[in-house]
Design a protein around this ligand. Structure first.
Ligand code: NAP
Length: 377
């Protein structure tokens, strides 16, 4: 079977990788259409030597698609995914919009492909930091039973989209040419060049950032381990591509290094890269544009009982986004499940933020008027 495929957000960092991977992996496509905002409509990009025109994203496009990969922000996904499902188009969403929705499978095919087969028209792709982390943690979980994790991330600037890449490039060029750098726009308050910023996503009331909380919640959902404990510190570093994560994990069963290595070696999502005496360990440069994530620096942890320490590097634009999304589509296709089920998921489309703000402002004015009237009485 071949599919009429669309990419919404085709001009972005993830969208561009989706195009490349769909072609490289010869995903069965009857047609491929590329969508973005009105700003990009009419421009063209070259795909396999042929120009493809970028179209403006409208609700109506979905009636002529079988499958749409969403690579936009969460707000837009909330507006458009319900419209796509209603029109019979299966959606694989890269944003965080639906990852915690009970009826939306959050899938990493090497771990829980079966969860994806029960989809109701919408599947979510996990957060990039947890996706890369799990390529090291999951095989160890299968061997010893994961209990809790403490980790720090080293996250590439492309994790913040195409603008993140440009900001690092511009700052490095300015430094090399002796010019003053422009004010940071993408990364909060600090230059990212020659620096690192322990701030990815917004801070919550508990002091953890959104990214750190996503790692915990999504890890629990994917592994079906509601009791899993995970404390992350997420750090943006001046690396263009591929996230790395240093982890200390505690397990239910006593750990054995030989078995741990074996478990990683046979896991299809990972490549064991662990000969420290020869300087062999994963690095982001080495694991950019690689299907498998590198796992190394494996050792018994000196703090946790039954503990292991490890270091993972993996391409967050691939395993943390575009590649995983394409692998989800491939696994559904192989299982004959890449069709709209008889009972598609119903979620009401979210209103545009501007409209919502207007309504809230209106409500506040009305409430103020009512309060003033009550006072007068
Ligand atoms: P990006 O580089 O900023 O790209 C955003 C895309 O969204 C662009 O194609 C943009 O089109 C499009 N867009 C913006 N407003 C739109 C509108 N009103 N209508 C239609 N399209 C619109 O972002 P990204 O890094 O690719 O991320 C895309 C999604 O994937 C996000 O939800 C992100 O959290 C998630 N994600 C990213 C990564 C990563 O490593 N970057 C990893 C995992 C998940 P224009 O060019 O026309 O503005």
């Amino acid at each position: 079977m071949s599919y009429r495929v669309g990419i919404v957000g085709a001009t972005g960092a993830v969208g561009q990788e989706l195009i490349q991977l769909l072609l490289q992996r010869e995903f069965p496509m009857e047609s491929l259409r590329c969508f973005a905002s009105r700003r990009s409509a009419g421009k063209s990009i070259t795909v396999a030597g042929k120009p493809i025109e970028i179209e403006e994203t409208r609700k109506t496009i979905f009636k002529s698609l079988d499958l749409a990969f969403f690579a936009t922000g969460a707000e837009l996904a909330q507006q458009l995914a319900p419209e796509a499902i209603q029109r019979g188009c299966v959606v694989i969403d890269n944003s965080s919009a639906y990852r915690q929705h009970k009826q939306v499978p959050l899938v990493i095919p090497e771990i829980n492909a079966g969860a994806g087969y029960k989809h109701r028209g919408l599947l979510a792709n996990p957060n990039c930091s947890i996706a890369v982390s799990l390529m090291g943690l999951y095989p160890l979980h299968k061997a010893f039973g994961l209990k809790r994790v403490i980790c720090s991330t080293y996250q590439a600037v492309s994790g913040a989209g195409a603008e993140g890449l440009t900001e690092l490039q511009d700052q490095v060029h300015a430094w090399a040419e002796g010019r003053e750098e422009a004010e940071p726009q993408v990364f909060p308050h600090h230059n990212i060049a020659f620096n690192l910023i322990p701030h990815v996503d917004r801070f919550g009331k508990d002091g953890y950032t959104g990214e750190e909380t996503k790692m915990l919640k999504e890890g629990r959902k994917i592994l079906e381990l509601p009791e899993l404990k995970l404390s992350a510190t997420c750090v943006r570093v001046p690396v263009f591509r591929a996230h790395s994560i240093a982890m200390n994990a505690e397990f239910e069963k006593p750990v054995d290094l030989r078995l741990a290595r074996q478990a990683i070696e046979i896991f299809e999502g990972a490549e064991l890269c662990d000969e420290p005496e020869s300087c062999v360990y994963p690095t982001p440069l080495q694991f950019s544009e690689r299907v498998r994530c590198g796992v190394g620096r494996l050792r018994k942890d000196s703090v946790f009982d039954n503990g292991l320490a490890l270091f993972v590097s993996g391409d967050q634009l691939w395993k943390g986004a575009a590649l995983n999304a394409v692998q989800i589509a491939e696994s559904l296709d192989m299982a004959g499940k890449l069709t709209m089920p008889s009972r598609p998921l119903f979620v009401a489309p979210a209103k545009k933020a501007a409209a919502k703000k207007k309504t809230t402002a209106k409500k506040k004015v009305l409430a103020g008027k009512k309060a003033a009237a009550r006072k007068k009485k």
